[in-house]
Design a protein around this ligand. Structure first.
Ligand SMILES: Cc1cc2nc3c(=O)[nH]c(=O)nc-3n(C[C@H](O)[C@H](O)[C@H](O)COP(=O)(O)OP(=O)(O)OC[C@H]3O[C@@H](n4cnc5c(N)ncnc54)[C@H](O)[C@@H]3O)c2cc1C
Length: 303
């Protein structure tokens, strides 16, 4: 119930405005967000690379309401991509299509994504297209397939809570499109997504196994230690080489598990957000673990 409430609050603009402009904002966000500037983001990614961890840069933002705003997001990502070879970073970028104008114009959005994918390829990086609420799933996967066919260097995201995901995984494997598998972070109705967490977890394991066996460079995005152990057992049984897949986790979440993965010799990429539009991202992190709400309240009370 608390998860539903937090996800509902994640869409409330009054609360967003109050929190994003609160004097405590920096303290509240520092756990999950690298900082407000690209400079700060790059410093964090550099440090991660030095620790043997790959990064994916997320310039925070979603559901923009003007074409100009979408273009500003694209330009922020172009600046990030230009910095990657300059600093010798091992990093990709993660984008949301509603941040690049999907709600406004499919053509405008596609042009923005194509520009980013082209630039990513030219600097030896790649673009990962986050999956948002289920109403965007079809359009997102169509656009990823198109951009991957033209430029390569594009990864799709599949959410294990959606009933459609087994079918999507087969299609993506058939087209050799790399997939990031996650559980799913949005509030979805029971006619499109498994309502019970145990069913989501079971579906994750099923899809993960399929991706490890047949996927192109899959990324297993989870902090679920039991699932991670299942993945490692499968990899060992099937003698799958560690360079054929990667684990992904969120900046600030389960640092102990992150270290364990790296120390065991597996590839790990951290999803590292930066920028000022942190509110919806942050609220989804609270919804995943209601104990995080105490952390928020403590920091707000200190202001
Ligand atoms: C790299 C990456 C990219 C992602 N991209 C997307 C995307 O494009 N679309 C999308 O819908 N979702 C995305 N997600 C979010 C994902 O769908 C889940 O909501 C989130 O990862 C929590 O699920 P879990 O697999 O960690 O398992 P859970 O069962 O939720 O958590 C397992 C354990 O991890 C720890 N944990 C999990 N979340 C938190 C948290 N916020 N704070 C503290 N501890 C926590 C807890 O110890 C928990 O017991 C992404 C996640 C990752 C790691």
């Amino acid at each position: 119930m608390l998860r539903g409430l937090l996800l509902l609050l994640s869409r409330q603009s009054w609360l967003r405005h109050w929190l994003e402009t609160s004097p405590a904002a920096g303290r509240v966000t520092s756990r999950f967000v690298a900082g407000s500037t690209l400079e700060r983001e790059l410093a964090v990614c550099q440090r991660l690379n030095n620790d043997g961890i790959l990064a994916t840069l997320d310039h925070l933002g979603e559901n923009v309401t003007s074409v100009q705003e979408a273009q500003r997001s694209r330009d922020a990502y172009l600046a990030a991509l230009d910095a990657i070879p300059r600093l010798g970073l091992r990093a990709t970028i993660s984008v949301k299509l509603t941040q690049l104008g999907l709600d406004l114009s499919r053509d405008e959005c596609r042009a923005n994504v194509e520009q980013l994918a082209g630039r990513a390829k030219s600097v030896g990086s790649a673009i990962e297209v986050d999956m948002e609420a289920s109403q965007y799933a079809e359009r997102t996967l169509d656009l990823v397939a198109h951009v991957h066919a033209v430029h390569g260097s594009t990864r799709a995201v599949v959410q294990a809570y959606l009933y459609r995901s087994a079918h999507d995984i087969e299609e993506l494997c058939r087209q050799s499109i790399p997939v990031r598998l996650c559980k799913g972070a949005y509030q979805e109705p029971s006619d499109v997504a498994f309502p019970a967490k145990r069913d989501v977890d079971a579906n994750y394991v099923k899809l993960m196994t399929r991706l490890l066996d047949a996927g192109a460079n899959p990324a297993l995005a989870t902090h679920d230690e039991k699932i991670l152990d299942r993945a490692l057992a499968h990899v060992r049984e099937q003698k799958i080489s560690p360079d054929r897949f990667e684990f992904q986790m969120l900046y600030g979440v389960r640092r102990d598990l992150q270290r364990r993965v790296v120390d065991a010799g597996y590839r790990l990429r951290l999803y590292v957000p930066y920028g000022n539009a942190w509110y919806p991202y942050f609220m989804r992190r609270l919804a995943e673990r209601p104990a995080n709400v105490l952390f928020l309240i403590r920091n707000l009370l200190r202001s």
